[in-house]
Every structure is written in C-alpha cells, then in structure tokens.
Design a protein around this ligand. Structure first.
Ligand code: NAP
Ligand code: MG
Length: 463
C-alpha cells in the first residue's frame, strides 16, 4: 500500500490544503492499494488560478507547437502503457488483456489523433465578407468517471489542449491512480506549467467546487445523468459552456436479414466487455419474434464463455455490485426469465456479478428502461420494423446502438433511431467519429474534429 501525496498544480506536485484522504481499493480482492489526498475548494481554487494564469500564453502558442506537445504526450503514454494497464487493473479490476488493449491502448490512439488534428485543423474560416476566428473557450473544468479511467481523461484533455484551452481535472474517486500517472505523463511531455492541473477528491466536494468556480469557462462532465443534470443547472445559472456525456440504454437491433449468430455473439461480447460498465453498451437486444427462441439459445451459449475472474472482471466497487444485483432481482420480480447468471455473487470476495441474460423482457420493465452498468443483457421481442423502432427509441437515453441486417435496410433503420452513434453489422470503432448523446444521454460530442469544436468559440471580423 502506498500513500500518494500532492496535487499536480501549476507544473509541480504540491500538498493538499486539507488532510483528508481517499482509500483506493482493488475491486478484485477488496484490498486497499493506496491513498490519495481528498482535495477541497481551496485546492480547486489554486488549480483554477494556475490554469487561468497559463491560458493566455497557451492560447497564443501556434497550433503546430501545441500539436508537437500533444504528440510528445502521446509518446509518453505509449512508452508507459504497461504501467498504465497494471494501474487500471489494480484500481478498476479490468482483466489484463482489456487493460492493455483498450484502457492503455485507446488513449494513445486518441492523443495521437489530436496531435494530428491540432496541426491540420483550420482555426479560421471565411464566410462572405467575414473572417471567423475559432478561439479557445478558456479554462476547462473536466470531471471524469471511473469506467474508462484514462480514456475519459484523454477524450477531454487532448482536444482541450489542441484548441488552446487550459484544464483542471477532477477524476473519479475510485480511479485516481491512473489520473496521477496521466499528470506525470503531462509533466514528462513538457507541457508548460499550469496548462494541465489535477485535483483528486470527492465529487460533491472537489467536483462541485470545480463546476461552480467562476474562473472555469467550460465544464466537461462524463458520468451519471443525475449528476450531469445538476452540473448543467449550475453551468446554466452562470451562463457557462457545458458538455455532458451521460448514461445510455442502447439497442442492438437484429433485423430478420441479419447473420443472427454473429449479431448475438458480438452483442453479448459488447455488453460483457469491461463488466458491462460502458455507457454505450448495447444492453437491449431486439429480436424478431420468428427468430426469438433461437437468439435466446445462442445468447445463453455465448455468455457461458464469460467466466468471472477470467474474461470478466469485477465491478468497480461494492456499491455498484449491490446496485447491479438489485437490478437483476428486480428483473426477476417483474417477470423476466433468467437464462444465464442471476443475483448471486459468483465469488465470495471481489465485487463480481454473474454475467446475466434475461429473456421475455418487455419494453416497460425497469431492466429495459434504466442504465444497469453491469454485465446484464435483456432480450426483447418485436413483431415488425415499426415495433422494433418504437422499442429502440422508447427510453430517455440515446447514446449509441447497433443494427444488423442487409446493408441498405440496416442504414434505413439507423436513420430513424434517436441516438448519437450506430454500428452497422459490427462496424469498426473509429476514434475520429463524434461520440455523444441524443435526449438525456447528453449535450455535446467527444472525439475527432467534432470533439475539438466543443472547446472553441467563434469571433467574426467583418471587412
Ligand atoms: P457519478 O457520480 O456521476 O460520477 C462521475 C464523476 O462526477 C466523478 O468524478 C464523481 O466524483 C463526480 N461527481 C459526483 N457528484 C458530483 C457533484 N455533485 N458535482 C460534481 N461532480 C460530481 O457516477 P458514479 O457514481 O461514478 O456512477 C453512477 C452511475 O453513473 C453508474 O451506475 C452509471 O449508470 C453512470 N455512469 C455513466 C458513465 C458514462 O460513461 N456515461 C460513467 C460512469 C458512470 P466521485 O467519483 O467522487 O463520485
Ligand atoms: Mg459517484
């Protein structure tokens, strides 16, 4: 166990003002692996001042030079991938393979994409007799969740740096060690002091102080819809920019023309990855009534490969384990049929939940409406395409989704979905594609040029 001290503020590690600490727990064995300082309002204030002081010079740094710094950051992250993967495994419980390919690998890809975009993006445009300047918004308050600890940080920090903004980050209390590694990487990459600052702490204390700070020009939040709503209200009252990446309840729509086995197998894998703790996971599988029984059988076979403690890690903490098991109990109570898994914990220690598949789920059931954030798939039945569309669009969320079937049919269906991203026949992940939600899944987009635009505002000069 290790006591990590200090916050990364103004280019160096300095002690927190208060003496409170946060224990970091390994969710696979419930052992405390370290402590980090619990920052408060004074630490946030110091960090915002540092970011504010660094802003004019960073905003005025030519984009090519900003690109070079982001490129250096990408290289440090790439060089430290093993250490990052080990840290994510220790504090999130991610299996080693997932930790190295996704948790450590994806941020390298995203940082690289912003090194390129910073160099190539046009920060000026011509509209008739006007020249429109795209200028950095200012100081960014970034608040991130634990589910993809480094990706969620890089998806905010890299575009903010590319735009010329400076940043204060408040990472999730469950995964602060990955955030500390990121701050070390920023330092090693030679970013100017104060451009990036880290304050570890609790959401309602440090997070709230950051969202409310008058020196923050834009709050970028990823996490629950409940907290996002609060942050949106705070930002609204201050007439401050806000980006919200919230929950999801995405539909995996399998049309009769689909390769059923492939659609079911990929669909199950999509939800089991990261123990179901993915906001864009396709947690509702929609199958035509004629193929329903076959799909349920295929799903039960597919999920058997996901052994807790091997391919599937634990949930992040005891509270999430309790919540997810509660949802499984509620599914049973409301009449859904368990075909795999169930509420019993598969291991006596560690916050594991059994990979679970429900059949005979109807659209109004709680498990078909609320974000569970665990390894739980619901299979729903539809009669025809209009019925499928009603079910797919029938939640308050709209973050992602999938459609399987003959290509033009699948695209026609996807066009009618109220959601921000749709994978057609298992389409490949694109780190440049805009990611973000319709409806209560959020406001704004991350990744690629659309993600960069979130950190810019416009000034028009008329000639
Ligand atoms: P959360 O409470 O919304 O946490 C997200 C971030 O916001 C964390 O850094 C958190 O700090 C911070 N925060 C909490 N309360 C705050 C406040 N009043 N003001 C400012 N910041 C605040 O999410 P969670 O508790 O970790 O997870 C709960 C549920 O959220 C999950 O079950 C899932 O449904 C959803 N979720 C969604 C995503 C996503 O990617 N869309 C990611 C994670 C969770 P602390 O870590 O100290 O709480
Ligand atoms: Mg929380």
């Amino acid at each position: 166990m290790k006591a990590y001290d200090g916050m990364y503020i103004g280019g160096h590690w300095r002690p927190a003002v208060g003496t409170g600490t946060i224990a970091v727990v390994n969710p696979a064995d419930e052992q405390v692996i370290g402590h980090v300082p619990a920052g408060g309002a004074e630490d946030v204030d110091a960090a915002v001042r540092a970011a504010r002081a660094a802003f004019p010079a960073w905003a005025a740094t030519p984009p090519a030079e900003r690109a070079a710094r982001i490129g250096a950051l990408r290289d440090v992250l790439a060089a430290r991938m093993d250490e990052i993967a080990e840290t994510v495994t220790a504090e999130l419980g991610a299996p080693a393979q997932l930790a190295s390919t996704v948790h450590a690998g994806l941020p390298v890809l995203v940082a690289g994409s912003y090194a390129e975009l910073a160099a190539s993006y046009s920060f000026e445009e011509q509209i008739g007799n006007s020249t429109v300047l795209l200028e950095p918004v200012g100081v960014v308050g970034a608040i991130t969740p634990w589910n993809y600890p480094l990706h969620q940080i890089v998806a905010k920090v890299a575009p903010a740096l590319a735009a010329g903004c400076t940043i204060v980050l408040k990472p999730a209390e469950d995964t602060p060690l990955t955030a500390r590694l990121f701050a070390e990487a920023v330092h090693e990459a030679g970013l100017p002091a104060g451009v990036f600052n880290l304050v570890t702490g609790l959401g309602p204390v440090a997070g709230q102080a950051l969202a409310e700070h008058p020196g923050v020009d834009l709050v970028s939040f990823t996490g629950s819809t409940a907290v996002g709503r609060q942050i949106g209200a705070t930002a609204g009252a201050a007439v401050k920019r806000v980006a919200l990446e919230l929950g999801g309840k995405s539909a995996n729509v399998i049309l009769p023309s689909a390769d059923l086995a492939k659609a079911v197998n990929v669909g199950i894998a999509n939800v089991m990855s990261n123990s179901g703790q993915t906001c864009s996971a396709w947690t509702r599988m929609l199958v035509h009534t004629d193929q329903y029984d076959e799909a349920v059988e295929l799903a039960a076979e597919a999920v058997a490969k996901y052994v807790p403690g091997e391919r599937v890690g634990p949930l992040v903490n005891a509270e999430q384990q309790r919540r997810v098991r509660g949802y499984i109990e509620q599914g049973v109570a409301e009449g859904a049929r368990l075909v795999a898994g169930g509420p019993e914990a598969p291991h006596p220690t560690g916050y594991f939940v059994a990979p679970t598949v429900f059949a005979d789920v109807t659209p109004e059931m709680t498990i078909a409406q609320e974000e569970i954030f665990g390894p739980v798939v619901s299979i729903l039945r539809y009669e025809d395409e209009d019925d499928a569309l009603r079910i797919a669009n029938g939640t308050v969320y709209g973050l992602a989704g999938a459609v399987w079937g003959e290509r033009s049919e699948a695209v026609a269906f996807a066009r009618r979905m109220d959601t921000g991203q749709v994978d057609i026949n298992g389409g490949r992940f694109n780190p440049l594609a805009p990611f973000g939600g319709y409806k209560q899944s959020g406001i704004g987009r991350e990744l690629g040029p659309h993600g960069l635009a979130e950190y810019l505002h416009t000034k028009s000069l008329q000639f």
